[in-house]
Design a protein around this ligand. Structure first.
Ligand SMILES: *[C@@H]1O[C@H](CO)[C@@H](O)[C@H](O)[C@H]1NC(C)=O
Ligand SMILES: *[C@@H]1O[C@H](CO)[C@@H](O)[C@H](O)[C@H]1NC(C)=O
Ligand SMILES: *[C@@H]1O[C@H](CO)[C@@H](O)[C@H](O)[C@H]1NC(C)=O
Ligand SMILES: *[C@@H]1O[C@H](CO)[C@@H](O)[C@H](O)[C@H]1NC(C)=O
Ligand SMILES: *[C@@H]1O[C@H](CO)[C@@H](O)[C@H](O)[C@H]1NC(C)=O
Length: 381
C-alpha cells in the first residue's frame, strides 16, 4: 500500500513536470506578440525595420494625466484606456532646457529630449527582445538626468533599441516624469515631490505589467544618471522595506546628506502669475488654474541660472528626508546592490561654452572630485 502511494505520488509529480515542460517549450516557441494587455489598456507596439529583433511600445500611459486639481499632486494610476496603439512617442513633460547656446544645444542635441511638451506627459516606453535569451528577461528602468528641470524618455542617445537588438538579454524602459515646478513644487500646501512619486508609480506599473512584455518583475533595476541618480538614491531611502526593484545603478550624481525643508520659489512664481497674497491653500488652488506654458514661462523668467533649476526635491519625509545620515544609521535604506560611478571630464559640460575656443577654459572643480575636471571641446568633437 505504502509503495503504491509513493508510486502514485511519483507519477503525479512526473506528469506535473511534463506538463510544465510542455507549457514552457510551447511558450518559448511562440513568437512574442506585439499586443499586450496591461492595467492601463491593451497596447499594440511595433517592430522598426532598423532593429528587426526589437519589439517597441512607445507612449504607454502609466498615470492619469496630472491636470487641473491633480497638478503638483501625487500621481494616480492610469485608467484602462482599452485597445490602443503604442507606436509613437507621447509629449515630454514641460521643461526648462537652460541656455540655448550651451554645449548641449550647439554640439550634443542628441542628449536632449526635444519632443513637443505637454502637462499630459506620464508615459513610458519599452524595448524588448524579439528572440529573448530567457523566457523572462531582466528589466532596466532608465531614470534620465537634467537637474530636475529637463529630461524624459526620449533623448536620441538614450534610445536603447540597438543595445536590445544586439543583446537580446534584457528589456529597457524609459519614462517621462514631472519636472521643476510641476514635479518638485515645494508648495507649503502640497509638500510632496510629485516627480519622485511618478518614478514609484512607474516601478509599480512595471511590477504589475512587465511580464506581459517578456520581462521578469523580480529582476528589475533602476539606472539613473545625474539628477536621475539622485532620484534613484532618494528612492532607496524612501522604500527601505518594499523597493520592488532588486538593485540600483547610478552614474554622475549623488544626493546631498541633508535636504532643505522649504523653498521660496513656489511663492515667488505665484507672485508673477496672478496668485499673489493668498493663504498657502488658496495659492496652491490658484496655481492649479494657471496655463501650464505661462507657469513654465514664469519659472524661466525668474530663474537667473540656466544651469541650475529653481525647483528641486524638498524634504517631505515621505519621498525625501531631511537627514539621510540619520536614515542610514537607523538602517532605513533599501539593502540592495548598488553600482555607482562618474565619468572622466564630466563637469566640463557646466563650463561656459565657446565654440571657437582652441584652449581649454579653466576647470570648475566639483568638491571632492577635482581630479575629474578638465577641458574639452576637441574631445566632444
Ligand atoms: C525607426 O528607426 C529610425 C532610426 O532609428 C527612426 O528614424 C524612425 O523614426 C523609426 N520609425 C518608427 C516608426 O519609430
Ligand atoms: C500683495 O501685497 C502687497 C503688500 O501688502 C501689495 O503691495 C500688493 O499690491 C499685493 N498684490 C496683490 C496682487 O494684491
Ligand atoms: C521631517 O522630519 C524632520 C525631523 O527628522 C523635521 O525636522 C521636519 O520638519 C520634517 N518635515 C516635514 C515636512 O514633515
Ligand atoms: C544628521 O544626523 C546625524 C546622525 O544622527 C547627525 O550626526 C548630524 O548632525 C545630522 N545632521 C544635521 C545637519 O542635522
Ligand atoms: C548663454 O551662453 C552664452 C555663451 O555660451 C553666454 O554668452 C550667455 O551669457 C549665456 N546666457 C545666460 C543667460 O547665461
Amino acid at each position: 500500500m505504502r509503495a503504491h502511494v509513493i508510486a502514485l505520488s511519483l507519477l503525479s509529480a512526473f506528469t506535473a513536470d511534463a506538463a510544465t515542460v510542455r507549457e514552457d517549450s510551447h511558450e518559448r516557441a511562440k513568437p512574442p506578440g506585439l499586443t499586450v494587455k496591461t492595467t492601463s489598456g491593451t497596447f499594440t507596439g511595433l517592430v522598426n525595420s532598423t532593429t528587426p529583433n526589437v519589439r517597441q511600445w512607445l507612449g504607454v500611459p502609466y498615470g492619469r494625466p496630472p491636470l487641473g486639481s491633480l497638478r503638483f499632486m501625487p500621481p494616480e494610476k492610469a485608467p484602462n484606456y482599452g485597445a490602443a496603439d503604442a507606436k509613437a512617442y507621447k509629449p515630454i513633460c514641460h521643461q526648462n532646457s537652460g541656455n540655448k547656446s550651451s554645449l548641449y544645444w550647439q554640439l550634443l542635441p542628441e542628449y536632449l529630449n526635444r519632443d513637443p511638451e505637454s502637462e499630459d506627459c506620464l508615459y513610458l516606453n519599452i524595448w524588448a527582445p524579439r528572440q529573448p535569451r530567457e523566457k523572462r528577461v531582466p528589466v532596466i528602468i532608465w531614470v534620465s538626468g537634467g537637474g530636475f528641470k529637463e529630461g524624459g524618455g526620449h533623448a536620441l542617445y538614450q534610445v536603447p533599441d540597438q543595445w536590445v537588438q544586439r543583446m537580446q538579454t534584457h528589456i529597457v524602459v524609459t519614462f517621462n516624469f514631472r519636472l521643476h515646478i510641476f514635479g518638485f513644487p515645494g508648495s507649503p500646501a502640497a509638500s510632496i515631490n510629485a516627480g519622485l512619486m511618478d518614478l514609484r508609480l512607474v516601478v509599480e506599473w512595471l511590477r504589475d505589467n512587465i511580464a506581459g512584455f517578456g520581462g521578469d518583475p523580480n529582476r528589475m533595476i533602476l539606472y539613473g544618471q545625474s539628477s536621475g541618480n539622485n532620484m534613484v538614491l532618494m528612492y532607496s531611502y524612501a522604500h527601505p522595506k518594499q523597493p520592488i526593484v532588486r538593485g540600483f545603478i547610478g552614474t554622475s550624481g549623488g544626493t546631498p546628506a541633508t535636504n532643505p525643508t522649504t523653498s521660496p520659489n513656489f511663492h515667488n512664481v505665484a507672485q508673477v502669475v496672478g496668485c499673489a497674497n493668498l493663504t498657502a491653500a488658496a495659492e496652491l488652488a490658484c496655481m492649479q488654474t494657471v496655463d501650464a506654458p505661462a507657469l513654465q514661462q514664469a519659472v524661466d523668467t525668474i530663474n537667473k541660472d540656466p544651469n541650475r533649476g529653481l525647483f528641486r526635491p524638498i524634504a517631505d519625509n515621505v519621498t525625501v528626508f531631511t537627514n539621510l545620515t540619520e536614515r542610514l544609521e537607523k538602517g532605513l535604506v533599501a539593502k540592495l546592490p548598488f553600482i555607482g560611478g562618474f565619468m572622466y571630464n564630466e563637469p566640463a559640460v557646466f563650463l561656459p561654452f565657446d565654440p571657437d575656443a582652441t584652449t581649454a577654459p579653466a576647470p570648475i572643480p566639483i568638491p571632492g572630485i577635482e581630479g575629474l575636471t578638465c577641458a574639452i571641446k576637441q574631445e566632444v568633437e
